[in-house]
Design a protein around this ligand. Structure first.
Ligand code: ADE
Length: 282
Protein backbone atom coordinates (compact mmCIF):
# COMPACT_ATOMS: atom_id res chain seq x y z
CA UNK A 1 0.00 0.00 0.00
CA UNK A 2 1.11 3.53 -0.69
CA UNK A 3 0.32 6.47 1.60
CA UNK A 4 1.27 10.00 0.53
CA UNK A 5 1.13 12.81 3.09
CA UNK A 6 0.99 16.35 1.73
CA UNK A 7 2.16 18.80 4.38
CA UNK A 8 3.80 22.11 5.17
CA UNK A 9 5.85 20.37 7.89
CA UNK A 10 7.57 17.38 6.27
CA UNK A 11 10.16 17.02 9.06
CA UNK A 12 7.43 16.57 11.64
CA UNK A 13 5.74 13.87 9.58
CA UNK A 14 8.99 12.07 8.67
CA UNK A 15 10.00 11.97 12.34
CA UNK A 16 6.93 9.89 13.20
CA UNK A 17 7.07 7.69 10.09
CA UNK A 18 10.70 6.90 10.91
CA UNK A 19 9.95 5.61 14.39
CA UNK A 20 9.03 2.21 15.80
CA UNK A 21 6.50 0.04 13.96
CA UNK A 22 5.86 2.51 11.13
CA UNK A 23 9.56 2.60 10.40
CA UNK A 24 9.76 -1.20 10.41
CA UNK A 25 6.76 -1.45 8.07
CA UNK A 26 8.41 1.08 5.77
CA UNK A 27 11.77 -0.71 5.79
CA UNK A 28 10.15 -4.06 5.08
CA UNK A 29 8.33 -2.50 2.12
CA UNK A 30 4.92 -3.37 3.57
CA UNK A 31 3.86 0.21 3.08
CA UNK A 32 5.35 3.00 0.97
CA UNK A 33 5.18 6.41 2.60
CA UNK A 34 5.82 9.50 0.58
CA UNK A 35 6.00 12.84 2.36
CA UNK A 36 5.32 15.74 0.03
CA UNK A 37 6.29 19.30 0.91
CA UNK A 38 3.45 21.49 -0.28
CA UNK A 39 5.89 24.39 -0.73
CA UNK A 40 7.52 22.47 -3.56
CA UNK A 41 4.33 23.11 -5.52
CA UNK A 42 4.21 26.87 -4.96
CA UNK A 43 5.39 28.81 -8.00
CA UNK A 44 6.39 32.23 -6.64
CA UNK A 45 9.82 33.01 -5.29
CA UNK A 46 8.58 33.06 -1.66
CA UNK A 47 6.96 29.65 -2.13
CA UNK A 48 3.68 31.01 -0.83
CA UNK A 49 1.05 28.49 0.19
CA UNK A 50 -1.42 30.76 2.03
CA UNK A 51 -3.17 34.08 1.59
CA UNK A 52 -5.60 36.43 3.36
CA UNK A 53 -9.27 35.41 3.33
CA UNK A 54 -11.70 36.99 0.87
CA UNK A 55 -14.34 38.89 2.85
CA UNK A 56 -11.83 39.91 5.50
CA UNK A 57 -11.33 38.54 8.98
CA UNK A 58 -8.20 37.28 10.67
CA UNK A 59 -5.96 34.36 9.88
CA UNK A 60 -4.66 32.95 6.66
CA UNK A 61 -6.18 30.48 4.25
CA UNK A 62 -4.32 27.74 2.39
CA UNK A 63 -4.32 28.46 -1.34
CA UNK A 64 -5.84 26.04 -3.84
CA UNK A 65 -3.17 26.22 -6.59
CA UNK A 66 -0.23 24.52 -4.81
CA UNK A 67 -2.60 21.90 -3.42
CA UNK A 68 -4.08 21.20 -6.87
CA UNK A 69 -0.61 20.92 -8.39
CA UNK A 70 0.59 18.54 -5.68
CA UNK A 71 -2.50 16.35 -5.97
CA UNK A 72 -2.27 16.29 -9.77
CA UNK A 73 1.35 15.19 -9.58
CA UNK A 74 0.60 12.41 -7.09
CA UNK A 75 -2.39 11.18 -9.08
CA UNK A 76 -0.37 11.22 -12.32
CA UNK A 77 2.37 9.15 -10.62
CA UNK A 78 -0.20 6.47 -9.87
CA UNK A 79 -0.23 6.05 -13.69
CA UNK A 80 -2.82 3.65 -14.97
CA UNK A 81 -3.72 2.36 -11.52
CA UNK A 82 -6.91 3.42 -9.80
CA UNK A 83 -7.07 7.06 -8.75
CA UNK A 84 -6.06 7.43 -5.11
CA UNK A 85 -8.49 8.29 -2.35
CA UNK A 86 -7.63 11.87 -1.33
CA UNK A 87 -8.39 12.65 2.29
CA UNK A 88 -8.41 16.15 3.80
CA UNK A 89 -7.96 16.35 7.58
CA UNK A 90 -10.41 18.87 9.01
CA UNK A 91 -12.22 19.06 12.37
CA UNK A 92 -15.50 19.46 10.45
CA UNK A 93 -15.04 16.13 8.67
CA UNK A 94 -16.62 12.77 9.30
CA UNK A 95 -15.28 11.03 12.36
CA UNK A 96 -12.37 8.65 11.81
CA UNK A 97 -13.12 5.25 13.36
CA UNK A 98 -11.66 1.77 13.39
CA UNK A 99 -14.30 0.82 10.85
CA UNK A 100 -13.02 3.50 8.47
CA UNK A 101 -9.43 2.40 9.14
CA UNK A 102 -10.36 -1.15 8.14
CA UNK A 103 -12.11 0.08 4.99
CA UNK A 104 -9.25 2.35 3.91
CA UNK A 105 -6.62 -0.29 4.75
CA UNK A 106 -7.87 -2.19 1.69
CA UNK A 107 -7.05 0.68 -0.70
CA UNK A 108 -3.85 0.57 -2.73
CA UNK A 109 -3.12 4.30 -2.61
CA UNK A 110 -4.17 7.02 -0.16
CA UNK A 111 -3.26 10.70 -0.17
CA UNK A 112 -3.59 12.53 3.14
CA UNK A 113 -3.74 16.29 2.82
CA UNK A 114 -2.92 18.14 6.04
CA UNK A 115 -5.03 21.25 6.53
CA UNK A 116 -3.62 24.31 8.32
CA UNK A 117 -4.04 27.92 9.38
CA UNK A 118 -7.64 29.09 9.59
CA UNK A 119 -8.59 26.58 6.93
CA UNK A 120 -8.19 25.55 3.35
CA UNK A 121 -9.80 27.32 0.38
CA UNK A 122 -13.13 25.52 0.32
CA UNK A 123 -12.85 24.69 -3.38
CA UNK A 124 -10.33 22.04 -2.31
CA UNK A 125 -13.00 20.29 -0.25
CA UNK A 126 -15.61 20.77 -2.97
CA UNK A 127 -13.59 19.65 -5.99
CA UNK A 128 -10.24 18.08 -5.19
CA UNK A 129 -10.67 15.59 -2.37
CA UNK A 130 -12.74 12.45 -2.00
CA UNK A 131 -13.09 12.53 1.81
CA UNK A 132 -12.92 14.99 4.70
CA UNK A 133 -12.10 13.44 8.04
CA UNK A 134 -11.76 14.50 11.67
CA UNK A 135 -10.02 12.52 14.39
CA UNK A 136 -12.25 13.94 17.13
CA UNK A 137 -14.21 16.89 18.40
CA UNK A 138 -11.30 19.14 19.30
CA UNK A 139 -9.22 21.53 17.24
CA UNK A 140 -5.49 20.96 16.72
CA UNK A 141 -2.97 23.43 15.35
CA UNK A 142 -2.77 21.53 12.09
CA UNK A 143 -3.62 18.39 10.17
CA UNK A 144 -0.25 16.65 10.58
CA UNK A 145 -1.11 14.81 13.79
CA UNK A 146 -4.50 13.70 12.42
CA UNK A 147 -2.85 12.50 9.19
CA UNK A 148 -0.31 10.54 11.23
CA UNK A 149 -3.03 9.05 13.40
CA UNK A 150 -4.82 7.86 10.26
CA UNK A 151 -1.60 6.57 8.64
CA UNK A 152 -0.75 4.67 11.83
CA UNK A 153 -4.18 3.08 12.24
CA UNK A 154 -4.14 1.95 8.60
CA UNK A 155 -0.53 0.75 8.52
CA UNK A 156 -0.89 -1.55 11.50
CA UNK A 157 -3.73 -3.31 9.66
CA UNK A 158 -1.49 -4.18 6.69
CA UNK A 159 -0.53 -7.82 6.55
CA UNK A 160 2.82 -8.56 8.20
CA UNK A 161 3.11 -5.26 10.06
CA UNK A 162 2.17 -6.70 13.45
CA UNK A 163 3.39 -10.03 14.76
CA UNK A 164 0.89 -12.86 15.31
CA UNK A 165 0.68 -12.09 18.99
CA UNK A 166 -0.47 -8.53 18.33
CA UNK A 167 -2.96 -9.60 15.66
CA UNK A 168 -5.35 -6.75 14.87
CA UNK A 169 -8.40 -9.04 15.21
CA UNK A 170 -7.75 -8.96 18.95
CA UNK A 171 -8.00 -5.17 19.09
CA UNK A 172 -10.49 -3.09 20.94
CA UNK A 173 -13.16 -2.22 18.35
CA UNK A 174 -12.51 -5.25 16.08
CA UNK A 175 -15.66 -6.26 17.94
CA UNK A 176 -16.96 -3.11 19.65
CA UNK A 177 -15.51 -4.22 22.97
CA UNK A 178 -12.58 -2.88 25.00
CA UNK A 179 -9.44 -4.90 25.47
CA UNK A 180 -8.87 -6.79 28.71
CA UNK A 181 -6.19 -5.50 31.12
CA UNK A 182 -2.59 -6.60 30.65
CA UNK A 183 0.08 -7.18 33.30
CA UNK A 184 3.75 -8.09 33.24
CA UNK A 185 6.49 -8.64 35.84
CA UNK A 186 6.92 -7.99 38.70
CA UNK A 187 4.14 -10.06 40.14
CA UNK A 188 3.86 -7.58 43.00
CA UNK A 189 4.73 -3.88 43.09
CA UNK A 190 4.08 -1.73 46.15
CA UNK A 191 1.75 -4.44 47.33
CA UNK A 192 -0.27 -4.32 44.10
CA UNK A 193 -0.46 -7.90 42.93
CA UNK A 194 -1.21 -9.22 39.47
CA UNK A 195 -4.56 -11.09 39.53
CA UNK A 196 -3.88 -14.68 40.59
CA UNK A 197 -5.91 -16.05 37.72
CA UNK A 198 -3.20 -14.88 35.27
CA UNK A 199 -0.50 -16.67 37.23
CA UNK A 200 -2.13 -20.04 37.64
CA UNK A 201 -1.44 -21.42 34.15
CA UNK A 202 -5.06 -22.54 33.59
CA UNK A 203 -5.52 -21.23 30.05
CA UNK A 204 -9.24 -21.86 29.75
CA UNK A 205 -9.95 -19.94 32.96
CA UNK A 206 -7.61 -17.14 31.87
CA UNK A 207 -9.48 -16.82 28.58
CA UNK A 208 -12.79 -16.64 30.44
CA UNK A 209 -11.42 -14.03 32.87
CA UNK A 210 -10.16 -11.91 29.98
CA UNK A 211 -13.50 -12.03 28.22
CA UNK A 212 -15.19 -11.10 31.49
CA UNK A 213 -12.86 -8.15 32.03
CA UNK A 214 -13.45 -6.94 28.46
CA UNK A 215 -17.19 -7.12 28.96
CA UNK A 216 -17.12 -5.39 32.33
CA UNK A 217 -14.77 -2.62 31.16
CA UNK A 218 -16.93 -1.96 28.13
CA UNK A 219 -20.08 -1.92 30.24
CA UNK A 220 -18.57 0.47 32.80
CA UNK A 221 -16.42 2.76 30.61
CA UNK A 222 -18.17 2.74 27.24
CA UNK A 223 -21.87 2.02 27.69
CA UNK A 224 -22.40 3.30 24.12
CA UNK A 225 -20.28 0.43 22.76
CA UNK A 226 -21.73 -2.05 25.23
CA UNK A 227 -25.23 -1.36 23.94
CA UNK A 228 -24.07 -2.29 20.43
CA UNK A 229 -22.69 -5.67 21.54
CA UNK A 230 -24.47 -8.89 20.82
CA UNK A 231 -23.96 -10.86 24.01
CA UNK A 232 -24.05 -14.65 24.06
CA UNK A 233 -25.68 -16.54 26.93
CA UNK A 234 -22.17 -17.28 28.19
CA UNK A 235 -21.26 -13.57 28.09
CA UNK A 236 -24.29 -12.72 30.20
CA UNK A 237 -23.32 -15.40 32.69
CA UNK A 238 -19.69 -14.24 32.72
CA UNK A 239 -20.62 -10.66 33.61
CA UNK A 240 -21.79 -11.70 37.08
CA UNK A 241 -19.59 -14.69 37.62
CA UNK A 242 -16.77 -14.85 40.10
CA UNK A 243 -13.87 -16.52 38.31
CA UNK A 244 -11.60 -18.39 40.67
CA UNK A 245 -8.28 -20.17 40.40
CA UNK A 246 -9.06 -23.90 40.19
CA UNK A 247 -7.81 -25.63 43.40
CA UNK A 248 -5.33 -27.80 41.47
CA UNK A 249 -3.76 -24.71 39.90
CA UNK A 250 -3.20 -22.82 43.15
CA UNK A 251 0.14 -24.55 43.67
CA UNK A 252 1.49 -22.73 40.58
CA UNK A 253 0.90 -19.33 42.12
CA UNK A 254 4.09 -17.45 42.98
CA UNK A 255 4.60 -16.61 46.63
CA UNK A 256 4.81 -12.91 47.41
CA UNK A 257 4.85 -11.01 50.66
CA UNK A 258 1.19 -10.23 50.17
CA UNK A 259 0.13 -13.81 49.47
CA UNK A 260 2.14 -15.00 52.50
CA UNK A 261 0.29 -12.50 54.66
CA UNK A 262 -2.99 -13.59 53.16
CA UNK A 263 -2.22 -17.24 53.86
CA UNK A 264 -1.17 -16.41 57.43
CA UNK A 265 -4.34 -14.48 58.15
CA UNK A 266 -6.47 -17.25 56.64
CA UNK A 267 -4.73 -19.80 58.78
CA UNK A 268 -5.28 -17.61 61.81
CA UNK A 269 -8.97 -17.60 60.98
CA UNK A 270 -8.78 -21.41 60.52
CA UNK A 271 -9.58 -21.29 56.82
CA UNK A 272 -8.39 -23.69 54.13
CA UNK A 273 -6.10 -22.01 51.63
CA UNK A 274 -7.17 -24.33 48.82
CA UNK A 275 -10.16 -23.24 46.80
CA UNK A 276 -10.27 -19.79 48.36
CA UNK A 277 -11.54 -17.16 46.04
CA UNK A 278 -9.29 -15.05 43.83
CA UNK A 279 -8.82 -11.49 45.01
CA UNK A 280 -11.32 -9.39 43.23
CA UNK A 281 -9.48 -7.08 40.80
CA UNK A 282 -12.46 -6.30 38.62
N1 ADE B 1 -7.22 19.74 12.12
C1 ADE B 1 -7.31 20.38 13.30
N2 ADE B 1 -8.01 19.68 14.19
C2 ADE B 1 -8.37 18.52 13.57
C3 ADE B 1 -9.11 17.37 13.96
N3 ADE B 1 -9.63 17.26 15.18
N4 ADE B 1 -9.28 16.40 13.07
C4 ADE B 1 -8.77 16.51 11.83
N5 ADE B 1 -8.09 17.57 11.39
C5 ADE B 1 -7.87 18.56 12.26
Amino acid sequence: MRIDIVTLFPEMVEAVLNTSILRRAREKGLVTFRVVNLRDYATDKHRTTDDVPYGGGGGMVMKIEPIARALDALTAEACGAQKPRVILTDPRGRQFTQELAREWAKESHLVLLCGHYEGVDDRVRQHLVTDVVSIGDYVLTGGELPALVIADAITRLQEGVLGDQEAPEKDSFAEPILEYPHYTRPVEFRGWRVPDILLCGHHAQIARWRRQQSLRLTRDLRPDLFNRLTLSADDLKLLDEEITVPPKSRKHLPVTSESLEETASQQERGKDTDGTRTRDHS
